[in-house]
Design a protein around this ligand. Structure first.
Ligand SMILES: [Fe+2]
Length: 338
């Protein structure tokens, strides 16, 4: 039987029982829920091409996601911040292309990815964080000019490096708020930096900023609204969500996340993760994401390695670093496209 088919005889039986009053309303609701077509069908991965099948769309919808380009172009406006940008400015000047293994660089990779998006006629670009190695005005302007020239609609959410000048005082939450407003605001096109959603061809594309590894109460409330809508949903975050067996790089909702596991805070010159670990809000978010029946998949960056996990029936793909040219082409497909 197809993953997308409903149980017609069961539905007719239920309708008959309801008509005779033989089924109590609560039971009827539960039974009706059970006969709904499953929104999350099969999924497939071929290299960087992902297919998410669902009965919730009538036509294919194509998206392209990129993360971790780590652009570091800078000019004289960045001079007062060199003390805070020096380490990351040197980190990704030259990279190896993810396919050819030849030497390349983040700017070339970003432009090639935009060209691929145009060639593939994607309907939306999702930029899922660490597009920049620090919030350089020159780099942000460069990206904006290329995005606008491409003519492709985009959504952006920040990564932990986009708003971080290493060594500046303040909590991660404070620094994110300051630099998202001061430097990154044009990338949000008037949207809320913490969370956004856009319906594309019947697919709800949802972005949530978890670049501090944590989730705020208003983000949990926002996700609940999206999950309750019943529309097929694809979730994009920068930090991968915890999946059993994965290290704290999959740090949003990870039970070991906390000061004892934070090995990089001195190198990155930032406050150490909290001793007491995750907030209840973050843990609730994690649990509810993997319980959302209309969620087709989760896409993240941050680790720079392409990986795929399936937990509680939900696929989570981490996309390789766009600093090497890697990205993902995601197609949401109706049953007829199988
Ligand atoms: Fe990164």
């Amino acid at each position: 039987m197809s993953l997308f088919s409903t149980s017609l005889p069961r539905r007719r039986l239920l309708q008959g029982l309801l008509a005779t009053g033989a089924v109590a309303p609560a039971s009827a609701l539960l039974a009706a829920e059970a006969t709904k077509p499953a929104l999350r069908g099969s999924f497939s991965v071929d290299d960087i091409h992902v297919g998410l099948h669902t009965s919730g769309v009538e036509k294919p919808v194509k998206l392209l996601m990129l993360a971790d380009t780590h652009l570091s172009r800078d000019d004289e406006r960045g001079a007062p911040y060199r003390e805070f940008s020096a380490r990351m400015a040197k980190a990704y000047n030259h990279t190896k292309h993810f396919r050819s293994k030849e030497t390349t660089d983040p700017e070339q990779c970003f432009e090639q990815t935009l060209q691929a998006a145009q060639n593939s006629k994607v309907e939306l670009l999702v930029l899922a964080g660490d597009i920049f190695s620090f919030p350089s005005e020159a780099a942000i302007e460069w990206v904006l000019s290329r995005l606008e020239k491409s003519g492709i609609p985009w959504l952006y959410t920040a990564g932990n490096h986009d708003w971080h000048y290493e060594g500046q005082p303040g909590t991660s939450t404070d620094l994110r708020r300051i630099w998202c407003k001061k430097r990154l605001s044009s990338l949000y096109q008037g949207g809320d930096p913490m969370m956004s959603a856009k319906q594309v061809g019947g697919v709800n594309v949802v972005l949530i900023d978890n670049s501090t590894y944590e989730i705020q109460p208003e983000q949990l409330a926002f996700f609940r609204q999206q999950a309750a809508s019943g529309v097929p949903l694809v979730l994009f975050v920068h930090i991968p969500l915890y999946v059993p067996g994965r290290p704290v790089g999959f740090g949003c909702g990870h039970p070991q996340w906390g000061a004892a596991q934070d090995k990089n805070h001195l190198i990155e010159r930032r406050p150490q993760w909290r001793t007491e670990g995750h907030s209840q809000v973050t843990l609730d978010f994690h649990r509810e994401v993997f319980a959302a029946s209309n969620l087709l998949g989760v896409f993240a960056g941050h680790t720079h390695q392409q990986t795929l996990d399936v937990w509680q029936g939900v696929p989570q793909m981490v996309v390789g670093a766009n600093a090497t040219g890697a990205h993902a082409v995601i197609e949401v497909l109706p049953p007829s496209a199988v």
